[in-house]
Design a protein around this ligand. Sequence first.
Ligand SMILES: Nc1nc2c(ncn2[C@@H]2O[C@H](COP(=O)(O)OP(=O)(O)OP(=O)(O)O)[C@@H](O)[C@H]2O)c(=O)[nH]1
Ligand SMILES: [Mg+2]
Length: 245
Amino acid sequence: MALSPRKENAGVKVAVLGDAGVGKTALVIQLCLNHFLERYDPTIEDSYHKHMIINHQPYSLEVLDTGGLEEYSPLREQWIRDCEAFILVYAVTSRASFSKIAPLLAAIERQKGERVPAIVVGNKSDSVGERQVSSAEGSQLAKQIGCEFFESSARNDINITRAFTQILKIATQTRAAKSAAAAAAAAGGSGTTNNNSNGSSINLAPRDLSKVVGGSAVSAGSKRGGGAGKTGKLKKSSDEKCIVM
Ligand SMILES: Nc1nc2c(ncn2[C@@H]2O[C@H](COP(=O)(O)OP(=O)(O)OP(=O)(O)O)[C@@H](O)[C@H]2O)c(=O)[nH]1
Ligand SMILES: [Mg+2]
């Protein structure tokens, strides 16, 4: 009989956000369906379900694969509202996509009004000859904005399970830390850092992104796209098991 996730590990909603063509769908398809999507077919939005076992604990993950084309940016506010954790993807072959990461996180946190569980993923690490963003730059940016960092390849299935495992862990630890902070506040205490059952600490204090983003942060969903003639794809759903130790 399959184990059901504990409440704090159940239904973790993760949005995969980033520029068009960086490989968001390819990452999600590789995670959920174990194959590489060669053809580029722009996404509007799709959702997927996946069960994962991490350190003998079951988790259920809901992944929202979002469209990066500008014409779908009006949907972004809804995506942010609907999700609690975020994978911010750029392609190492595109400096333009890299430059959107910090403003994107700023927009998410401005809308949410709090620190969110988020990681940064630099995809297409297999495209060696076309690289525009070094690993060191990716890692430095992630450090500046207080996120963990992974370089991935959807083509070669590198670091995808690791990245999703990590965002799941951060999201569930954040849930637990928030509950503990709320309980402490109710009991008259305060604090923005909580130790969880694994002994690691989760920072709930808002990020200061002003140095990285400056005054010109883009606001989520501020630019209206045409979207004319594009019809929504049917939502796909897969429910495959993956065991990660
Ligand atoms: N070499 C290489 N190509 C990749 C990788 N990931 C995705 N691609 C290719 O990049 C193109 C775009 O990938 P998608 O996953 O559709 O991009 P996306 O981010 O979902 O794009 P939107 O849905 O428009 O936001 C496709 O042709 C993929 O095959 C990767 O890791 N390596
Ligand atoms: Mg896509």
